[in-house]
Design a protein around this ligand. Structure first.
Ligand SMILES: Cc1cc2nc3c(=O)[nH]c(=O)nc-3n(C[C@H](O)[C@H](O)[C@H](O)COP(=O)(O)OP(=O)(O)OC[C@H]3O[C@@H](n4cnc5c(N)ncnc54)[C@H](O)[C@@H]3O)c2cc1C
Length: 287
């Protein structure tokens, strides 16, 4: 149950950050509130509502055939899932990950920024964004800075400071042309993932020029599977390659058990989803 003293409603990101720094007590930003409100906390003195700070844009940045895609942190997951610019990037992998989030009701409230922050749940956007080498733009009282998403998850204590406001996710244009796929395994389709996986391939002729694979839901921060990526580089695009990549993936993770699944099951499923996403990205139907 939230027992708040103060609810701030800033109209710009800068004002939100100023309020965070100036308000005494324990406070947090709140976006869609789908995690924060049900979880509640009697230790919160104030919330800063991000609904009106103008971070609900999706736009191309830059000219040329491969512009970056800038996604405001306040974009609702439902809007991300139905945006044509998002669908045009890397086989629509971010659209597919967004469409896999919970139910319509949750997607209509939940935001991109919240999804990135609460990755201690097996949220669906991080793996898809990681294989696109996404970057975060972050604002605090000292100004804005960029953080690679791989750094944000790999080294969060070092790179994320108290009061940091994520204002934007930037998908670099060079990832646009990758053939990509996202898969989620949950108990039911609308359930939060047991594990999820994203793969992106740059194919040159019959060979893999570059492969990127990422997972979330192992009980560790979302991460790229570098061993699998090294294994795949230069290999032929073939079912046997992707089967072996699945085995490498299983061996490269150290999942944790919880009430949703055992570590052993998760390890196996990381292998299955790795193979499945790679096949799908390469356009191979092996059924
Ligand atoms: C029933 C249910 C089912 C769910 N199923 C799924 C699922 O299938 N897949 C999935 O991915 N997620 C799922 N979720 C989790 C959640 O809904 C999403 O991850 C959502 O995107 C969180 O965003 P939010 O805007 O609601 O976050 P909030 O609840 O508003 O905030 C969560 C945290 O993020 C911080 N935060 C929010 N925005 C910012 C920002 N811009 N900068 C800095 N900090 C920020 C807040 O301070 C807070 O600590 C589910 C949640 C529920 C309740």
């Amino acid at each position: 149950m939230l027992d708040l003293e103060v609810l701030h409603r800033p109209t710009t990101p800068e004002e939100a950050v100023r309020l965070y720094d100036a308000t005494p007590g324990n406070g947090l930003y709140v976006a869609g509130g789908t995690v924060l409100v049900p979880a509640g906390s009697s230790r919160l003195d104030y919330l800063i509502d991000l609904s009106h700070v103008g971070l609900d844009y999706i736009r191309r940045e830059g000219d040329g055939p491969a512009p970056d895609l800038a996604i405001g942190a306040g974009v609702r997951i439902a809007d991300l899932a139905r945006n044509a610019e998002v669908a045009a990037v890397a086989s629509g992998i971010v659209r597919d990950a967004a469409s896999a989030v919970a139910t319509h009701t949750v997607r209509n409230r939940a935001t991109v920024g919240g999804n990135i922050v609460v990755s201690h749940y097996p949220t669906d956007l991080p793996a898809a964004l990681l294989v696109l080498d996404a970057r975060l733009e972050v604002l605090n009282g000292e100004g804005t800075r960029e953080i690679a998403l791989t750094e944000f998850y790999g080294n969060r204590r070092e790179v994320h400071e108290k009061g940091d406001l994520i204002i934007e996710v930037r998908i670099p244009g060079e990832g646009r042309g990758f053939a990509a796929a996202f898969e989620k395994l949950g108990r039911l389709k609308v359930d939060i993932a047991i594990v999820n996986c994203a793969a992106a391939l740059r194919i040159d002729g019959d060979a893999i020029a570059e492969a990127r694979v990422a997972v979330n839901g192992t009980g560790r921060p979302p991460s790229r599977l570098r061993e699998v990526e090294s294994f795949l580089a230069g290999k032929p695009v073939a079912v046997s390659t992707f089967e072996e990549a699945g085995r490498v993936a299983s061996g490269s993770v150290e999942p944790r058990s919880n009430h949703r699944a055992s570590a052993d099951y998760r390890r196996k499923m990381v292998g299955v989803l790795t193979k499945r996403t790679l096949l799908k990205a390469a356009g191979i139907d092996d059924r």
